[in-house]
Design a binder for this molecule. Structure first.
Ligand code: CP
Ligand code: NVA
Length: 311
Protein backbone atom coordinates (compact mmCIF):
# COMPACT_ATOMS: atom_id res chain seq x y z
CA UNK A 1 0.00 0.00 0.00
CA UNK A 2 1.28 3.49 -0.76
CA UNK A 3 2.03 5.57 2.27
CA UNK A 4 -0.42 8.36 3.14
CA UNK A 5 0.80 11.81 4.09
CA UNK A 6 -0.86 14.76 5.82
CA UNK A 7 0.03 17.74 3.63
CA UNK A 8 -3.40 19.36 3.48
CA UNK A 9 -6.73 18.96 5.26
CA UNK A 10 -8.12 17.77 1.93
CA UNK A 11 -5.96 14.61 2.16
CA UNK A 12 -8.46 12.77 4.44
CA UNK A 13 -12.21 12.41 4.70
CA UNK A 14 -14.41 13.85 7.39
CA UNK A 15 -15.01 10.31 8.69
CA UNK A 16 -11.27 9.86 9.20
CA UNK A 17 -11.01 13.23 10.97
CA UNK A 18 -13.90 12.27 13.22
CA UNK A 19 -11.96 9.17 14.31
CA UNK A 20 -8.85 11.27 14.91
CA UNK A 21 -10.75 13.96 16.85
CA UNK A 22 -12.60 11.38 18.97
CA UNK A 23 -9.29 9.76 19.77
CA UNK A 24 -7.85 13.18 20.64
CA UNK A 25 -10.70 13.67 23.13
CA UNK A 26 -9.95 10.28 24.72
CA UNK A 27 -6.21 11.04 24.84
CA UNK A 28 -6.94 14.41 26.44
CA UNK A 29 -9.03 12.77 29.15
CA UNK A 30 -6.45 10.05 29.72
CA UNK A 31 -3.67 12.62 29.96
CA UNK A 32 -5.65 14.63 32.53
CA UNK A 33 -6.12 11.42 34.54
CA UNK A 34 -2.37 10.78 34.49
CA UNK A 35 -2.60 7.90 32.01
CA UNK A 36 0.01 7.94 29.28
CA UNK A 37 -0.46 4.94 26.97
CA UNK A 38 2.73 3.88 25.19
CA UNK A 39 1.09 3.40 21.81
CA UNK A 40 4.14 4.73 19.95
CA UNK A 41 6.77 2.96 22.04
CA UNK A 42 10.15 2.93 20.23
CA UNK A 43 8.69 4.88 17.31
CA UNK A 44 10.63 7.90 16.07
CA UNK A 45 9.43 11.16 14.54
CA UNK A 46 11.95 13.23 12.54
CA UNK A 47 11.16 16.96 12.66
CA UNK A 48 12.60 19.36 10.07
CA UNK A 49 12.16 23.00 11.06
CA UNK A 50 13.20 25.55 8.44
CA UNK A 51 11.22 28.24 10.28
CA UNK A 52 10.84 29.15 13.96
CA UNK A 53 8.28 27.44 16.22
CA UNK A 54 7.21 27.21 19.83
CA UNK A 55 3.88 25.33 19.86
CA UNK A 56 4.49 23.01 16.93
CA UNK A 57 7.85 21.77 18.14
CA UNK A 58 6.69 21.40 21.71
CA UNK A 59 3.44 19.61 20.88
CA UNK A 60 5.05 17.11 18.52
CA UNK A 61 8.08 16.49 20.74
CA UNK A 62 6.12 16.26 23.99
CA UNK A 63 3.40 14.24 22.25
CA UNK A 64 5.84 11.61 20.99
CA UNK A 65 7.48 11.38 24.43
CA UNK A 66 4.10 11.01 26.16
CA UNK A 67 3.21 8.13 23.82
CA UNK A 68 6.48 6.35 24.57
CA UNK A 69 8.34 7.42 21.42
CA UNK A 70 11.01 9.94 20.52
CA UNK A 71 11.23 13.01 18.32
CA UNK A 72 14.42 14.29 16.70
CA UNK A 73 14.74 18.00 15.94
CA UNK A 74 16.60 18.85 12.72
CA UNK A 75 17.28 22.32 11.35
CA UNK A 76 18.96 23.40 8.11
CA UNK A 77 21.72 24.99 10.22
CA UNK A 78 23.05 21.67 11.35
CA UNK A 79 21.96 19.16 8.69
CA UNK A 80 23.10 18.57 5.12
CA UNK A 81 19.70 19.87 3.96
CA UNK A 82 21.04 23.33 4.72
CA UNK A 83 24.14 22.62 2.60
CA UNK A 84 22.21 21.69 -0.51
CA UNK A 85 21.70 17.92 -0.23
CA UNK A 86 18.75 17.24 -2.55
CA UNK A 87 15.37 17.03 -0.87
CA UNK A 88 14.63 13.69 -2.55
CA UNK A 89 17.89 12.19 -1.21
CA UNK A 90 17.20 13.51 2.29
CA UNK A 91 13.71 11.95 2.14
CA UNK A 92 15.07 8.58 1.00
CA UNK A 93 17.62 8.53 3.83
CA UNK A 94 15.45 9.88 6.65
CA UNK A 95 12.51 7.65 5.85
CA UNK A 96 14.72 4.56 6.25
CA UNK A 97 15.44 5.56 9.84
CA UNK A 98 12.27 7.07 11.31
CA UNK A 99 8.55 6.21 11.42
CA UNK A 100 7.24 9.62 10.33
CA UNK A 101 8.62 12.99 9.32
CA UNK A 102 7.22 16.40 10.25
CA UNK A 103 8.28 19.40 8.15
CA UNK A 104 7.88 23.16 8.60
CA UNK A 105 9.15 25.06 5.59
CA UNK A 106 8.38 28.01 3.33
CA UNK A 107 7.81 26.37 -0.02
CA UNK A 108 4.94 23.88 -0.21
CA UNK A 109 6.61 22.22 -3.23
CA UNK A 110 9.51 21.21 -0.94
CA UNK A 111 7.21 19.20 1.32
CA UNK A 112 5.48 17.62 -1.69
CA UNK A 113 8.82 16.57 -3.13
CA UNK A 114 9.96 15.18 0.20
CA UNK A 115 6.70 13.24 0.53
CA UNK A 116 7.02 11.84 -2.99
CA UNK A 117 10.30 10.17 -1.98
CA UNK A 118 9.45 9.21 1.59
CA UNK A 119 8.59 5.67 2.65
CA UNK A 120 6.96 6.97 5.84
CA UNK A 121 4.15 9.50 6.42
CA UNK A 122 5.09 13.16 6.07
CA UNK A 123 3.22 15.75 8.14
CA UNK A 124 2.91 19.39 7.07
CA UNK A 125 3.69 21.53 10.10
CA UNK A 126 3.18 24.81 8.16
CA UNK A 127 4.17 26.03 4.73
CA UNK A 128 3.39 29.32 3.01
CA UNK A 129 0.36 27.54 1.54
CA UNK A 130 -1.34 26.06 4.60
CA UNK A 131 -1.19 24.87 8.22
CA UNK A 132 -3.43 21.78 8.51
CA UNK A 133 -2.24 20.67 11.98
CA UNK A 134 -3.51 23.95 13.42
CA UNK A 135 -6.97 23.30 12.01
CA UNK A 136 -7.23 19.93 13.74
CA UNK A 137 -6.57 21.80 16.98
CA UNK A 138 -8.96 24.65 16.15
CA UNK A 139 -11.87 22.38 15.23
CA UNK A 140 -11.19 20.29 18.35
CA UNK A 141 -11.04 23.32 20.66
CA UNK A 142 -14.22 24.82 19.19
CA UNK A 143 -16.13 21.53 19.46
CA UNK A 144 -14.98 20.88 23.03
CA UNK A 145 -16.77 24.13 23.93
CA UNK A 146 -19.67 24.40 21.50
CA UNK A 147 -20.36 20.97 19.96
CA UNK A 148 -20.23 20.19 16.25
CA UNK A 149 -18.83 22.92 14.00
CA UNK A 150 -21.00 21.71 11.12
CA UNK A 151 -23.34 24.49 9.94
CA UNK A 152 -21.73 27.08 12.24
CA UNK A 153 -20.61 30.48 10.97
CA UNK A 154 -16.91 31.30 11.26
CA UNK A 155 -15.40 34.71 10.55
CA UNK A 156 -11.83 34.93 9.26
CA UNK A 157 -10.59 38.50 9.63
CA UNK A 158 -7.07 39.36 8.44
CA UNK A 159 -4.52 37.99 6.00
CA UNK A 160 -5.66 35.51 3.33
CA UNK A 161 -2.47 33.50 3.82
CA UNK A 162 -1.61 29.97 5.05
CA UNK A 163 -3.97 29.86 8.06
CA UNK A 164 -6.84 31.32 6.03
CA UNK A 165 -6.27 28.67 3.33
CA UNK A 166 -6.52 25.91 5.92
CA UNK A 167 -9.74 27.46 7.28
CA UNK A 168 -11.17 27.35 3.75
CA UNK A 169 -10.16 23.66 3.46
CA UNK A 170 -11.71 23.02 6.88
CA UNK A 171 -15.01 24.65 5.87
CA UNK A 172 -15.10 22.22 2.95
CA UNK A 173 -14.25 19.13 5.02
CA UNK A 174 -16.27 19.92 8.16
CA UNK A 175 -19.08 21.73 6.34
CA UNK A 176 -19.24 25.10 8.07
CA UNK A 177 -19.84 28.58 6.71
CA UNK A 178 -16.76 30.81 6.43
CA UNK A 179 -16.95 34.58 5.93
CA UNK A 180 -13.58 36.11 5.09
CA UNK A 181 -12.63 39.78 5.41
CA UNK A 182 -9.21 40.86 4.13
CA UNK A 183 -7.88 44.21 2.93
CA UNK A 184 -7.70 44.51 -0.88
CA UNK A 185 -4.69 42.62 -2.23
CA UNK A 186 -4.57 40.15 0.69
CA UNK A 187 -7.36 37.83 -0.46
CA UNK A 188 -6.87 34.05 -0.24
CA UNK A 189 -5.98 31.98 -3.32
CA UNK A 190 -8.98 32.00 -5.65
CA UNK A 191 -8.64 28.30 -6.57
CA UNK A 192 -8.73 27.23 -2.92
CA UNK A 193 -11.80 29.43 -2.37
CA UNK A 194 -13.55 28.04 -5.45
CA UNK A 195 -12.96 24.43 -4.36
CA UNK A 196 -14.88 25.05 -1.14
CA UNK A 197 -17.97 26.26 -3.05
CA UNK A 198 -20.80 28.30 -1.61
CA UNK A 199 -19.70 27.85 2.02
CA UNK A 200 -17.18 30.66 1.52
CA UNK A 201 -18.07 34.35 1.29
CA UNK A 202 -15.59 37.18 0.83
CA UNK A 203 -16.55 40.54 2.36
CA UNK A 204 -14.82 43.91 2.74
CA UNK A 205 -15.00 44.77 6.44
CA UNK A 206 -14.30 43.10 9.76
CA UNK A 207 -17.79 44.08 10.98
CA UNK A 208 -19.48 42.41 8.02
CA UNK A 209 -17.50 39.20 8.53
CA UNK A 210 -18.28 39.17 12.25
CA UNK A 211 -22.04 39.44 11.75
CA UNK A 212 -23.79 36.52 13.51
CA UNK A 213 -20.52 34.58 13.71
CA UNK A 214 -20.09 31.69 16.17
CA UNK A 215 -16.31 31.91 15.99
CA UNK A 216 -13.92 34.72 15.05
CA UNK A 217 -10.37 33.92 14.01
CA UNK A 218 -7.33 35.88 12.96
CA UNK A 219 -3.58 35.53 12.53
CA UNK A 220 -0.57 37.85 12.42
CA UNK A 221 -0.53 40.48 9.69
CA UNK A 222 3.12 39.77 8.79
CA UNK A 223 3.87 36.06 8.73
CA UNK A 224 7.28 34.43 8.98
CA UNK A 225 9.26 35.51 5.92
CA UNK A 226 7.27 38.76 5.50
CA UNK A 227 9.05 40.73 8.22
CA UNK A 228 10.33 43.38 5.80
CA UNK A 229 6.72 44.11 4.71
CA UNK A 230 5.64 44.74 8.28
CA UNK A 231 5.32 48.54 8.14
CA UNK A 232 3.30 48.47 4.92
CA UNK A 233 1.11 45.68 6.26
CA UNK A 234 0.41 47.57 9.49
CA UNK A 235 -0.98 50.39 7.33
CA UNK A 236 -2.86 48.10 4.91
CA UNK A 237 -4.56 46.12 7.68
CA UNK A 238 -5.80 49.19 9.60
CA UNK A 239 -9.47 48.56 10.49
CA UNK A 240 -9.06 44.76 10.53
CA UNK A 241 -8.31 44.42 14.25
CA UNK A 242 -10.68 42.08 16.10
CA UNK A 243 -11.69 44.30 19.00
CA UNK A 244 -14.70 44.60 21.29
CA UNK A 245 -16.66 46.60 18.71
CA UNK A 246 -16.13 43.89 16.09
CA UNK A 247 -17.04 41.14 18.59
CA UNK A 248 -20.34 42.93 19.22
CA UNK A 249 -21.48 42.07 15.69
CA UNK A 250 -21.06 38.36 16.41
CA UNK A 251 -23.40 36.05 18.30
CA UNK A 252 -23.39 36.67 22.04
CA UNK A 253 -21.69 33.33 22.75
CA UNK A 254 -19.12 33.64 19.94
CA UNK A 255 -15.59 32.43 20.64
CA UNK A 256 -12.25 33.97 19.63
CA UNK A 257 -9.29 31.92 18.42
CA UNK A 258 -5.77 32.69 17.14
CA UNK A 259 -3.12 30.13 16.20
CA UNK A 260 -0.51 32.28 18.03
CA UNK A 261 1.94 33.90 18.34
CA UNK A 262 -0.27 37.03 18.55
CA UNK A 263 0.47 40.73 18.40
CA UNK A 264 -1.87 42.41 20.87
CA UNK A 265 -3.48 45.60 19.56
CA UNK A 266 -2.56 44.76 15.98
CA UNK A 267 -4.71 41.88 14.64
CA UNK A 268 -6.53 41.50 18.00
CA UNK A 269 -7.09 43.92 20.86
CA UNK A 270 -5.61 42.92 24.21
CA UNK A 271 -9.12 43.08 25.62
CA UNK A 272 -10.43 40.39 23.24
CA UNK A 273 -7.28 38.25 23.32
CA UNK A 274 -7.35 38.11 27.13
CA UNK A 275 -11.13 38.31 27.46
CA UNK A 276 -13.83 35.80 28.38
CA UNK A 277 -14.65 34.79 24.78
CA UNK A 278 -11.04 33.90 23.95
CA UNK A 279 -10.02 30.23 24.08
CA UNK A 280 -6.53 30.71 22.68
CA UNK A 281 -4.72 28.81 25.47
CA UNK A 282 -7.04 25.83 25.19
CA UNK A 283 -6.55 26.01 21.41
CA UNK A 284 -2.77 25.88 21.87
CA UNK A 285 -3.09 22.87 24.19
CA UNK A 286 -5.30 21.18 21.61
CA UNK A 287 -2.25 20.92 19.34
CA UNK A 288 -0.89 18.31 21.76
CA UNK A 289 -3.97 16.09 21.90
CA UNK A 290 -4.91 16.25 18.23
CA UNK A 291 -1.38 15.62 16.97
CA UNK A 292 -0.96 12.62 19.27
CA UNK A 293 -4.09 11.18 17.66
CA UNK A 294 -2.80 12.14 14.20
CA UNK A 295 0.56 10.46 14.87
CA UNK A 296 -1.18 7.27 15.98
CA UNK A 297 -3.37 7.33 12.90
CA UNK A 298 -0.47 7.88 10.49
CA UNK A 299 2.08 5.59 12.15
CA UNK A 300 -0.16 2.77 13.37
CA UNK A 301 -2.96 3.20 10.83
CA UNK A 302 -5.33 2.96 13.76
CA UNK A 303 -6.58 5.07 16.65
CA UNK A 304 -8.20 2.43 18.81
CA UNK A 305 -5.33 1.23 20.99
CA UNK A 306 -6.18 0.57 24.63
CA UNK A 307 -5.79 3.65 26.79
CA UNK A 308 -5.77 1.84 30.09
CA UNK A 309 -2.10 0.81 30.16
CA UNK A 310 0.27 3.45 31.40
CA UNK A 311 3.93 3.04 30.51
N1 CP B 1 0.57 28.09 15.96
C1 CP B 1 1.81 27.66 15.71
O1 CP B 1 2.05 26.88 14.75
O2 CP B 1 2.75 28.11 16.58
P1 CP B 1 4.33 27.96 16.46
O3 CP B 1 4.78 28.81 15.30
O4 CP B 1 4.86 28.44 17.77
O5 CP B 1 4.67 26.51 16.21
N1 NVA C 1 0.74 32.84 9.39
C1 NVA C 1 1.71 32.59 10.42
C2 NVA C 1 1.33 31.40 11.23
C3 NVA C 1 2.26 31.05 12.36
C4 NVA C 1 1.84 29.83 13.12
C5 NVA C 1 3.07 32.40 9.77
O1 NVA C 1 3.15 31.76 8.72
O2 NVA C 1 4.06 32.93 10.30
Amino acid sequence: MTVRHFLSLLDYTEIEYRRILNRAAALKQAYAAGIRPATLRQRVLGMIFEKASTRTRLSFEAGMAQLGGTAIFLSPRDTQLGRGEPIADSARVMSRMVDAVMIRTKDHAMIEEFAAHSKVPVINALTDLNHPCQLLADVFAFEQNRGSIQGKRVAWIGDGFNMCHSYINAAQVFDFELVIATPPGYEPDAKIVAAAGSRIRLVNTAQEAAKNADLLVTDVWASMGQEEERERRLRDFAGFTINKQVMEHANADALFMHCLPAHRDEEVSAEVMDGAQSIVWEEAEARLHTQKALLEYLILGDVSADLSHPH
